[in-house]
Design a protein around this ligand. Sequence first.
Ligand code: PMP
Length: 326
Amino acid sequence: MHVSQNTLALIGNTPLVRLKGPSDETGCDIFAKCEFANPGASVKDRAALYIVNDAEERGLLAPGGTIVEGTAGNTGIGLALVANAKGYRTIIVMPETQSREKMDTLRALGAELVLVPAAPYSNPGHFVHTSRRIAEETPNAIWANQFDNIANRKAHICGTAEEIWEQMDGRIDGFTCAAGTGGTLAGVGMGLKAKDEKVTIALSDPHGAALYEYYACGELRSEGSSVAEGIGQGRITGNLEGAPIDTQFRISDEEGMVWVRRLLKEEGLCLGLSSGINVAGAVRLARALGPGKRVATILCDTGFRYLSTLYNDEWLAAKGLSAPAA
Ligand code: PMP
């Protein structure tokens, strides 16, 4: 029997599941990487581990040091668990619009939580800029800087992409996911293209993000909005630079919610909205590639993180999203 020697060894090597509904609907095989199975219950554990290991290797982080980061929550949870396992302190800056569950999880892990109002990136009070300032002012601290630190996408080039390739026996026609930092999309895209450049890499962008327009016509422009947490980017981050994107889809919250509900009811998977948007994107990519193709995507985090939001009818109604039909 295989036994992991510590918590950090539990990060990555997640299962891949064939999604029945999306596969039946498209005549393709749609597979999803179960990133909710990481110890922090999201894909961001991978980036957190690579960022901390990289800072240690560079001599930037030493025992007793502090890790500071601005995050929608999941990277903070990943960093806090890695920090606890290695003996560091964490300070996490997060927009106050994110789910209660993520805040409570961070507090339970012992992270110092700094909540800031949601603001555009151009505003100095934006959570990313606030976290950089706190890191600069804190002795023995590093700023994880997940958006521009390419240790993030390296976790997906060396980990996620390799795993998908092996789990699918090297037979894969397309991959798609949404972008927050872009680490997953760029890293998996680069890793898979290095194995087989014919694999189609697609961006699935929520409304309110600027990347769809950028990859479609070279201009960063956004329209509409989304309640999806952790995705929706307005600039080409360091991690997105050179990402091999072949095609792009714009996915509405309603379209993502259809899959969030269907995956729960039909397959017993309780997921966040970015996972629903990714599956909606995988269905679109499968249709574009044609019957018989093999497509992969990411199930980014657990829905238990959104019981007070996505799985709460009053919250859905307040956001103008319809509650599920009984
Ligand atoms: N989904 C969720 C729920 C997330 O928290 C994140 C990370 N911000 C993503 C998707 C996107 O991952 P990435 O940062 O690698 O683009």
